[in-house]
Design a binder for this molecule. Structure first.
Ligand SMILES: [Mn+2]
Length: 453
């Protein structure tokens, strides 16, 4: 007997269900239970967790308009949870609106977008405990703003592109006692350095959703339950341009969330993607978010950004500061920029340590400024500092086969003693290098570019 069709006096016999909510009331607790189709309530002095699977029998009665169950028998059931979750997810109605971006990749991603939408709506219905970790830039933050229009989650800013073992341990610690939690990683988690952390997180029993556009260096799909990434359906170097914030907006739209579209071009502006038309307002919002993210620590909650986008005075003040900071570095960037290779693909370096900047713009943005100054001819721009470097590669060089992620993986093999880590996209990526060895790595990159074209 489905919970949906019950009336007063209906007998329920050994039905599997999940506790979707717990409410205290007059000395006892009211539990809301769902069988995936309908809901009932029962009162009990015993303790059950939200997300717990049960097998119940009893008789339905009407308590001032609420259908309640007078329980005659009740036992915990491990098998109930996956079955009912599946039932709820497949019953979620998806809003099939045309995607914002056109092309083969988003079309191929539709199924994955809908699966994420189903997962999130069902999680909301079941009151699942959700952790949402988002990358600390305009793309990750715009994406998180879109996802939190669907669900309520414990949000946490991730100031690194990798999901480390340390991150996994912290999440598992925070998830102690939560039944069937869901962890969403947004705009990070696809790098080779995330694999170990992901394996541990998944082994803990948490369900893992990754929404990311960084090249999948292996392990992200196998070590998650839902993987929304352009790299799942394409090997094309341009796949990265379907940024995480854009994908999140599509998930929110499939859930029927309105007023979320605006976040997609902001994410694109932040990550320099051209899959959607971008106007000045989007660029401004991306700068404001990036500036705030650079000055805010790990674990920052999302409301901070939401408020800034809604508070005009704060918004314009941050915008002025951010623009001034970006303008201020231009002279320093010009002065410390050198052409290191003149050829079919040129290589420039800029010494980011010689550019006066505190936390914003960071090393990546300093490299981007140099990249903008390098012109349109095929070029690789390397921002270098004492223990790392950042790549920016333009379309001309990409067409000639120079891809940062490929250079990085071969460097990791050739120079494992100096290269401490790194990764990224074909056009933008970064490396951590042992202090004192940056020059030799730059020398090797220049040789590689020479060999490639
Ligand atoms: Mn991104």
């Amino acid at each position: 007997m489905s919970f949906r069709n019950v009336g007063e006096g209906t007998e329920i016999k050994d039905e599997e269900c999940i506790v979707s909510r717990r409410m205290r009331s007059r000395g006892s607790t009211i539990y809301k239970i769902t069988d995936g189709e309908g809901e009932l309530e029962f009162e009990s002095h015993s303790h059950f967790d939200a997300g717990e699977g049960l097998r119940v029998s009893g008789k339905v009665y009407n308590d001032r308009g609420f259908m309640k169950l007078d329980v005659s028998s009740l036992e915990k059931s491990e098998e109930a949870y996956p079955k009912i979750l599946e039932k709820i997810e497949s019953g979620v109605e998806i809003k099939e609106v045309p995607l914002l971006a056109s092309g083969e990749i988003p079309e191929k991603l539709k199924g994955r977008i809908y699966s994420c939408a189903r997962k999130l709506i069902a999680a909301k219905k079941l009151g699942r405990h959700i952790i949402l970790r988002f990358h600390n830039d305009a793309d990750g933050i715009a994406g998180a703003l879109a996802i939190t229009k669907i669900i309520r989650a414990y949000t946490s800013q991730q100031n690194s592109a990798n999901y480390t073992v340390y991150d996994a341990m912290r999440d598992i610690g925070n998830l102690q006692g939560e039944k069937n939690p869901l962890v969403v990683l947004l705009d990070f988690g696809c790098g080779a350095e995330s694999v170990e952390g992901l394996k541990i997180l998944k082994a803990s029993g948490a369900e893992v959703m990754i929404i990311d556009h960084h090249p999948n260096e292996g392990g992200a799909e196998e070590n998650s339950h839902l993987f929304l990434s352009p790299w799942a359906v394409s090997k094309d170097e341009g796949a990265s341009s379907y940024v995480a914030g854009y994908l999140s907006v599509e998930v929110a739209r499939a859930c029927g969330v309105s007023d979320v579209e605006r976040l997609a071009p902001i994410a694109c502006a932040g990550d320099k993607s051209t899959i959607l038309p971008i106007d000045e307002k989007d660029r401004e919002a991306a700068i404001v978010i990036d500036y705030m993210a650079a000055y805010s620590g790990f674990g920052n909650k999302l409301d901070f950004y939401k408020n800034a986008l809604e508070n005009r005075e704060l918004y314009s003040s941050v915008l002025v500061q951010a623009r001034e900071a970006l303008d201020r570095i231009t002279e320093d960037v010009k002065a410390s920029m050198k052409k290191r290779l003149d050829g079919p693909v040129s290589v420039y370096t800029v010494d980011a340590d010689k550019v006066k900047s505190k936390d914003f713009p960071g090393k990546g943005k300093i490299t981007t400024r140099a990249f903008e100054l390098a012109g349109d001819a095929p070029a690789v721009v390397l921002g270098v500092w004492k223990n790392g470097l950042s790549f920016r590669i333009n379309s001309g060089a990409i067409e000639k086969g120079v891809h940062a992620n490929e250079i990085i993986s071969s460097l990791k093999e050739e120079m494992p003693d100096f290269i401490e880590g790194g990764g990224g996209h074909a056009r933008a990526a970064s490396l951590r290098i042992q202090e004192g060895f940056v020059d030799s790595v730059v020398g090797r990159i220049i040789e590689k570019v020479k060999e490639m074209c």
